[in-house]
Design a protein around this ligand. Structure first.
Ligand code: SDX
Length: 376
């Protein structure tokens, strides 16, 4: 009888060349490129191509990809009717999942095994994600939808669609780097969900819609908005020590800390912390940042030996709130970026697919007797 491994911890679910993590050394690389180099020298759109097709794009490849990402932001007009029909007080991740599934309905009966058809779907999905997130936010706020601008890159266009104002150059660059940092991360829960659904030969819209659902949970992508709530609950840096003592005593999970693979500080947290500081120099300091730094020190002091360190979600919320992105859009922003990784894993799964159908350890009864209802 095979042994049950809770959460499949450490159990390889697939062979992949998309990204690599060394959890002890705190290393992350996309197709062999260290994340620090990509954050410094690349853009989200170039990184999306790298993840999807395996190498950095040549100039002509990139120009074509970028042009498609721009023009394919034009989603079917009826999608805006779908978005208007959604409950405005619902969570934007639920709206995004509903929108992605709805968008796929416009491409039904399409053979995605054809490479050019698959490539077109990839750019349509990548282009539509930010458009649908921003449109839901504008519509729930009773504001006119801001039409996308094909000439802007993904981050700048998203900020434009959120506010209708020309995006600040530093803000757009910071968001673009944050999208790079969130684009892929080996076999995390939402990517695993994507591969499971991909293995059934479902279409890429359904694959992404399923992965959005997995990312929503507070133990995964949903942690980033909870980190900011947590910092606001703590308040001043002086309150951190007592708060951490309380959490540890109650054995409660502290949002933004811990990781299944990293047993040191998540390298993405380091880069996001630096981006926050860059923003403070131009836009002023966020008081919660001092609370966050103190929280990191106090948690690591107590739990660092157990491998509990800040993860990607710990500083991202401070960056996003500095960019004036609403707190419940933090996880949709994560999803916008991770769509590049999910689609890269969809392509990889289709190359040598075998449907996921794991075993189980049966813990139930056998030969149960059916007793008539009035005799139970
Ligand atoms: C993401 O997988 C990925 O790559 C995900 C991600 C990505 O890019 O896709 O990196 C993005 O999801 C980051 C994680 C965001 N989630 C949070 O910040 C929520 C808080 N973190 C924890 O829920 C937890 O650390 C997980 C879910 C991230 C990891 O869970 P594991 O690997 O299953 O670890 P565990 O829950 O079994 O904990 C092991 C021990 C336990 O103590 P003991 O029972 O052994 O005494 O560590 C403790 C836990 O109580 N622990 C924590 C803790 N995380 C683990 N204690 C306090 N606070 C925490 N955050």
């Amino acid at each position: 009888m095979p042994e049950l491994i809770p959460g499949l911890a450490g159990v390889p679910a697939a062979e992949s060349a998309v990204s690599f993590i060394d959890g002890q050394k705190g290393l992350l690389a996309y197709r062999g490129h260290p994340i620090q180099v990509l954050a410094e020298r690349s853009t989200f759109q170039e990184v999306a191509w790298l993840l999807l097709y395996g190498t950095l794009p040549k100039r002509a490849e990139f120009d074509g990809f970028r042009e498609q990402l721009g023009t394919r932001r034009e989603i079917p007009e009826r999608m805006y009717d779908v978005i208007r029909a959604l409950p405005g007080n619902g969570h934007p991740m639920d709206a995004l999942q509903a929108c992605m599934a709805s968008l796929g309905m416009f491409s039904r009966h399409t053979d995605f095994r054809d490479a050019s058809t698959a490539d077109e779907a990839i750019t349509r999905i990548l282009a539509a994600m930010p458009v649908m997130v921003a449109a839901f936010d504008r519509i729930r706020g009773g504001e006119d939808v801001v039409p996308p601008r094909p000439e802007l890159d993904t981050a700048a266009n998203f900020l434009w669609m959120l506010t209708g104002e020309e995006p600040d150059e530093l803000a757009a660059r910071v968001l673009d780097v944050a999208l790079i940092l969130h684009a892929d991360h080996t076999m995390n829960a939402s990517t695993f969900a994507a591969r499971v659904v991909a293995s059934t030969e479902a279409d890429p819209y359904t694959v992404v819609s399923s992965a959005i659902g997995a990312l929503t949970g507070p133990l995964h992508g949903g942690a980033n908005e909870r980190v900011l709530d947590q910092l606001r609950d703590i308040g001043e840096a002086e309150s951190v020590e007592a708060w951490v003592d309380g959490q540890v005593a109650a054995k409660k999970k502290i949002m933004g800390f811990g990781h299944r693979v990293y047993k040191v500080k998540d390298p993405r947290a380091d880069i996001l912390q630096g981006l926050a500081i860059d923003l403070f120099e131009k836009l002023g300091r966020t008081p919660l940042y001092d609370t966050a730094v103190t929280l990191e020190d106090e948690v690591v002091k107590r739990l660092g030996d157990k491998g509990i360190h800040p993860n990607v979600d710990f500083y991202s919320g401070i960056v996003y709130s500095k960019l004036q992105i609403p707190i419940d859009l933090f996880t949709p922003v994560f999803a916008m970026a991770r769509t590049a990784g999910w689609l890269a894993h969809w392509r990889e799964q289709m190359v040598d697919n075998k449907i996921f159908r794991p075993a189980q350890v049966y813990a139930g009864v056998h030969d149960a007797e059916y007793v008539p209802i009035d005799e139970r």
